[in-house]
Design a protein around this ligand. Structure first.
Ligand code: 2P0
Length: 348
């Protein structure tokens, strides 16, 4: 059978949290136990490109990731498809001349321009691109904030990739997740001299997935509750204010403190979860030493659910930061040239 194929393509960027999301109060809806903040990286360096197509003659939903067909039976993808189709259906009811795309099957083709296995927030860019591509295909009028609520159901951190610049994910208070969505704190242009670099310490897949790890922490860590209920709300306010004031000293200090505390609650879980390794700890020591020598925050490190480091610094300090990395890690020269040695890619 043949017929018209409707298509739309889009890209979505990677984001790296500076105030970490770790813990769900609702695992089905991906409702977090605390609000979080992230910086969206430049799409020139790291992005997912996704095309969504719909046709009356497609006989089932399909998804290809980096050229390989993947299942679309997961609850998270299903939730995103269902929400987007429901919104499209409302549009079709109000405009009967529109094609009935909400009832057609979808084919999704998605590609990362970075190694998926490198453990660099690929699910965030992936689900953000998936939701935005289908929303474009369906010509939905929803705002990025409203779409972020849908992307959140694919992967929590994906809601933050609906925006560039500095982004907050407001945990919300409701049980249905209607107020758990991302908002932009500031654009990238507002703080143009902010730079980041990713050190790929290991490109191997993490042992404990974020989804499993965070619920282990929620269920077993006694430090976790204090972090989520007392420390993060204070830090959220301070970090938002530091971003708006372009106060790198405070932003960097809070970023490092929050990364260390996130890994502390991981270690306080039972069984303990270790995401950082010896090279990660070497990077921490290096940055702490440089900051001490200069008597200010020259660079700030942060580590997600893996050993890879992301460093934030101001452009004026790039010679110090990259010079130091090159001196200490001479192999640092590009993506994955030597597996399991550090490699860097500077981003904006
Ligand atoms: C973050 N991470 O804020 C934190 C910091 C990892 C460490 O969001 O289960 O892949 O899909 O909602 O979003 C990774 O968790 O988890 C994450 P799900 P997700 O970026």
């Amino acid at each position: 059978m043949t017929g018209k194929i409707y298509s739309a393509s889009t890209t979505a960027p990677v984001n790296i949290a500076t105030l970490k999301y770790w813990g769900k109060r609702d695992t089905k809806l991906n409702l977090p136990t605390n609000s979080s903040i992230s910086v969206t990286l430049s799409q020139d360096d790291l992005r997912t490109l996704t095309t969504a197509s719909a046709a009356e003659f497609f006989d089932c939903d399909k998804l290809w990731l980096n050229g390989k067909e993947e299942s679309v039976e997961g609850n998270r993808i299903r939730a995103c498809f269902a929400e987007l189709r429901a919104v499209r259906k409302v549009l079709e009811s109000a405009n009967p001349e529109l094609p009935a795309l909400s009832s057609y099957h979808l084919h999704i083709v998605s590609e990362n321009n970075f190694p998926t296995a490198a453990g660099v927030a690929s699910s965030a860019a992936g689900f953000a691109a998936l939701v935005r591509a289908i929303a474009n295909l369906f010509e939905l009028p929803q705002s990025p904030e409203e779409l972020s609520r849908i992307a959140r159901q694919g992967s929590g951190s994906a809601c933050r990739s609906m925006f560039g610049g500095y982004v907050a994910w407001d945990m919300g208070q409701s049980d249905d997740g209607s107020d758990s969505r991302a908002v932009q704190i500031a654009t990238q242009e507002m703080w143009p001299d902010m730079k980041s670099v990713i050190l790929v310490v290991s490109a191997s897949k993490k042992e404990t997935s974020s989804t499993v790890g965070m619920q282990t922490t929620v269920n077993t860590s006694s430090l976790f509750k204090y972090r989520a209920e007392v420390l993060v709300p204070q830090r959220f306010k301070e970090m938002s204010e530091a971003i708006l004031a372009k106060d790198f000293e405070t932003f960097g200090r809070l970023t490092m403190m929050d990364s260390n505390q996130f890994h502390a609650v991981c270690m306080d879980s039972s069984p303990p979860i270790f995401y950082m390794n010896d090279i990660s700890r070497l990077v921490v020591g290096l940055i702490e030493t440089v900051n001490k020598i200069y008597g200010r925050v020259v660079a700030a490190y942060t580590f997600d659910a893996g050993p890879n480091a992301v460093l934030y610094y101001l452009e004026k300090d790039e010679p110090i930061v990259l010079g130091l990395l090159k001196a200490v890690m001479p192999d640092v020269d590009g993506w994955n040239k030597k597996p399991n040695t550090a490699s860097i890619t500077p981003t904006v």
